[in-house]
Design a protein around this ligand. Sequence first.
Ligand code: F6R
Length: 264
Amino acid sequence: MEVVLLPTPEDCGRVVADAVAGSVLDAVARGGPVVLGLATGSSPLLAYRELLRRREEGLGFTGVQAFLLDEYVGLPAGHPESYREVIRRELTDALGLDPAVVHGPDGAASDPLQAARDYEQLLLSAGPVAVQVLGIGANGHLGFNEPGSSLASRTRVKTLTEQTRSDNARFFGGDVAAVPRHVITQGLGTILGARHLVLVATGEAKAAAVAAALEGPLTASCPGSVLQLHPHVTAVVDEAAGSRLARAEHYRYVLSHKLEEQGW
Ligand code: F6R
């Protein structure tokens, strides 16, 4: 795992965009499908803006398919806060991706349990995901795998904690009651199937979760700790989110001595 500690959220956005662009180019070079795994929420937004800027400069996304990590259950299709709409608005329309190649779990399905199984199958048949962008919850959740989620889980319906519902109320005009209780989320085992995982976390509110995920024990009590099982993780955090990392000095040392050919 590479932990990249940077001064500001903007610096994090640039490095995440570098890592994503590098993995996309790598996947293109391998031939076959190029699958981009996308998180929603506020953490990746600066990286997405940076990717859009790079597209203006010529970075190509032709032939790319995108898969979302998760979706709320029960919001009608087209609801502005459904993750499918959010990602369309924030990234994929401007990247020039046809909505037909941007996939997400069907949270409006009459049978969400089946919709979760179908999404897992679709992802397995299209994958592997070349690069998966991830945020982390203040309680350590990854995707919407809340504490206690199996480290081997596959895509399924889960129930949000009250903490996550209240953290996400800001997207619903501050109204916690409007935040759905259930979600369909890729499982932690599903997420581990991506070739490259790129975590981005900024701000003091994430500091405890970041330290537990990156340096704590491997445990379902901190779903983010599953990152420690993956062979290629780039964890990009600003100074505030990294403020509780015990090995911060070492990460800075490694970064300042990084060999160019090591890439991300
Ligand atoms: C979003 C997702 C979540 C968020 C996490 C952090 O698709 O899967 O795990 O990444 O809740 O959210 P923000 O970035 O809004 O702090």
